[in-house]
Design a protein around this ligand. Structure first.
Ligand code: TA6
Length: 317
């Protein structure tokens, strides 16, 4: 059997281990040396490294790794509520729960597994959860690492309840950047956004790409399905593609908010940026038996490749 066939037929290529706190983790690897680490605490991707072993996601040096506290970094899952405009705790409870390996996931299109190393996780509400959010759901998450090192997350949320329920959602993605003042986002130009620093006032983004010189906490509305986060100093671009996620949250706490957060270093705002594929403005309502799917895919390309070659509108999963 040729080398390539062996590798691609090997499924799923994941390893179950645990961290120093005994928290269970899954590790994905691809033949080129890229890797991803997913904690069962929150179903949260905590590390994504390229083939050179470079970490692409940010995690605070002060992050707390003890459930139920949410971990400050990686990709926390905000469900069934984004933010604090609802009856639940900030960003819902999915990120505080211990998830399970899903050994019998309903099938996904071949593209979502062919040539990828992946793992399927599942979250169902506990009796405790049903007291604070009385809706039965099944949340299935597939995390996959592609041959080219791209990271993809597929969330499938099914209503297994007797009555409809409504939720908002975000992949709260902490990107590692070299220097926030050297970063720009393309793809959000001229869009409306809700400014969380001004009581969710509705504003409109100016023509140019978004750059950073102070605290930003915004929800961009009805965004294109692809945006680019360009890190000039590192000459690399995160290309984010999304499906079923109309909104994009952009957050950097800057200096004051950084000092106020106990699980975040005072200077760490210089090296992170949250850019989240999300559903905020128009929450999803699912009738009994219905299922919603939200897809996020991130690929890192050399910045020289970006904008000229990248037609952000020609998105294909
Ligand atoms: O995504 C933006 C945001 O809602 C900010 O308002 C800020 O609170 C951030 O999330 C972090 O939230 P957390 O609950 O993780 O501290």
């Amino acid at each position: 059997m040729g080398h390539s066939a062996a590798v691609w037929d090997y499924r799923p290529a994941h390893e179950l281990t645990s961290d120093w706190n005994g928290n269970p983790y899954v590790i994905l690897r691809n033949p080129q040396g890229a890797s991803a680490r997913i904690s069962l605490h929150g179903g949260q991707v905590m590390s994504w490294k390229n083939e050179h072993g470079e970490e692409l996601l940010f995690t605070s040096s002060k992050a707390v790794f003890k459930p139920p506290k949410a971990m400050r970094g990686g990709i926390p899952l905000c469900f069934p509520q984004f933010g604090n405009c609802g009856s639940l705790e900030q960003h819902g409870f999915a990120r505080n729960k211990v998830w399970a390996i899903d050994n019998n996931p309903p099938p996904l299109p071949p593209n979502d597994s062919n040539g990828k190393s992946f793992v399927d996780l599942i979250l169902k509400p506990s009796a405790e959860d049903l007291k604070c959010w009385p809706h039965s759901f099944e949340y299935r998450l597939r995390v996959a690492l592609g041959a080219d090192g791209r990271l993809s997350l597929i969330s499938r949320i099914r209503n297994v309840n007797g009555k409809p329920f409504t939720f908002s959602f975000a992949y709260h993605t902490y990107m590692s950047v070299s220097d926030i003042s050297e970063v720009r986002i393309e793809g959000l130009e001229t869009l409306d956004y809700l400014d969380n620093l001004f009581h969710r006032e509705r504003c409109t983004e100016q023509g140019d790409a978004l750059t950073f010189e102070s605290e930003v906490d915004r929800v961009y509305l009805s965004c294109p399905n692809a945006i680019a986060v360009i890190d000039h100093a590192k000459k690399r671009t995160f290309v984010i593609r999304k499906d079923g996620l109309p909104d994009v949250v952009v957050w950097n706490p800057w200096d004051k908010k950084s000092k106020a957060m106990t699980d975040f270093g005072d200077e760490e705002y210089k090296h992170m940026l949250c850019v989240d594929g999300a559903v905020v403005e128009h929450p999803i309502t699912l009738k009994p038996g219905e299922e919603w799917t939200g897809r996020l895919e991130i690929v890192v390309v050399p910045s020289s490749f970006c904008s000229d070659h990248l037609d952000l509108h020609k998105v294909r999963f």
